[in-house]
Design a protein around this ligand. Structure first.
Ligand code: FAD
Ligand code: SF4
Ligand code: SF4
Ligand code: SF4
Length: 305
């Protein structure tokens, strides 16, 4: 297996999730991701890019859910900028504070365009909290982040599957994998520059976006608009239609909003590393018991169809 196989099986079939893992996996830096992963050097047929790609059929066992609950951050400044309970950012912040990691690789933004960010200070984590609707090749910075030392990665399920495969190959210094739930994602230009702009929702003024009950809610200073997801279906990345993972099945911890009350996040702990992270962050989180995972189960099933 080599780059040509990756191109034929994934990229040319519009199944590329745009995660960035292939670029990081290449020992001769022959892959570059701009609009899509391209061959820019001499492929030596090592097979890494095909192996780590979350869209190929590389075998990988999902991590079963060991424990689940609802929680929100006790840090009120973080709650203002975070998406739900601010749990993803609280965890990254705590891991940095306790020197459990040297860097966090997570998603920031510029004009609502998601960006791959290497964060070594807790202030950087707080600044980048919140969901940005747009795909981003987060994992292309795995080696750069790992130069700082032990790294935690926080992203969507496709990022986390790619990161788990990179970890399995011994690429980078990946310590913790934190996934957010994800039903679908969008092309930035189509969503922000076209669909929202034509509705008078200028990216400079957007304060927050979120998806709830089949609608994209966009908040700007003087109005709040709810757009039916069917109206922006054309902006959903084609590859997301092939994705079968809603709840980050290869992560140490998965975090989302469904099944929890407003302002809280649903946390699924999957591994020993996940348990350790929750133990470290326990005094920073206000926890609540969760009766069941009705919506997590329902949405996971829908995505596997
Ligand atoms: C594209 C997308 C779709 C989602 N769909 C659902 C859904 O259908 N149901 C549901 O319950 N939850 C969904 N979520 C998760 C939800 O929006 C929150 O991210 C989650 O509840 C964590 O909230 P928090 O307050 O703990 O996170 P915060 O503390 O606000 O941290 C946000 C985290 O999300 C990551 N992130 C932000 N934008 C992106 C991006 N574009 N790509 C990858 N990672 C990103 C950041 O790295 C950061 O670690 C989705 C998230 C994304 C990014
Ligand atoms: S050298 Fe390996 S990782 Fe790089 S393009 Fe070729 S097969 Fe892929
Ligand atoms: S590894 Fe990620 S970016 Fe590369 S082809 Fe696969 S899905 Fe696309
Ligand atoms: S739907 Fe799947 S492929 Fe698309 S962004 Fe979410 S996790 Fe990635």
């Amino acid at each position: 297996m080599n780059y040509q196989d990756l191109r034929e099986e994934v990229i040319d079939k519009s199944k590329c999730f745009f995660c960035g893992a292939c670029q990081s996996s290449c020992p001769v830096e022959a892959i570059e991701i701009k609009k899509e992963p391209r061959l820019v050097g001499n492929c030596i047929d090592c097979g890494n890019c095909h192996y780590v790609c979350p869209a190929t059929k590389t075998e990988l066992d999902p991590k079963e859910i060991q424990n689940y609950f609802s929680a929100k951050s006790k840090d009120s400044s973080l709650l203002k900028s975070s998406q739900n309970g601010g749990v993803a950012s609280t965890i990254l912040k705590k891991l940095l504070e306790r020197n459990e990691i040297d860097a966090a690789l997570a998603v920031g933004e510029k004009n609502w365009k998601p960006t791959s960010e290497i964060m070594t200070k807790k202030e950087e984590v707080i600044k980048s909290a919140g969901t940005k609707y747009g795909v981003v090749p987060l994992l292309k910075k795995v080696k750069e982040a790992s130069q700082h030392g032990k790294t935690a990665i926080a992203g969507t399920p496709c990022h986390i599957k790619g990161a788990r495969l990179l970890k399995q190959k011994g690429i980078g210094n990946i310590k913790y994998l934190i996934s957010v739930f994800c039903m679908e994602n969008f092309d930035y230009n189509c969503l922000i520059n076209k669909e929202l702009n034509k509705r008078g929702l200028n990216k400079d003024k957007i304060e927050k976006m979120g998806i709830d009950s089949g609608k994209l809610n966009v908040e700007i200073s003087d109005k709040k608009e709810n757009i039916d997801l069917s109206e922006i279906e054309n902006c959903v990345r084609e590859a997301c239609k092939y994705c079968e993972d809603f709840a980050g099945e290869y992560s140490d911890i998965s975090i989302g909003s469904v099944d929890s009350e407003e302002g809280y996040s649903t946390i699924l702990v999957r591994t020993e590393e996940g348990e350790k992270v929750i133990e470290l962050a326990k005094n920073d989180l206000e926890k609540k018991e969760l009766d069941d995972l009705k919506l997590v189960k329902k949405l996971s099933k829908i995505k596997k169809k």
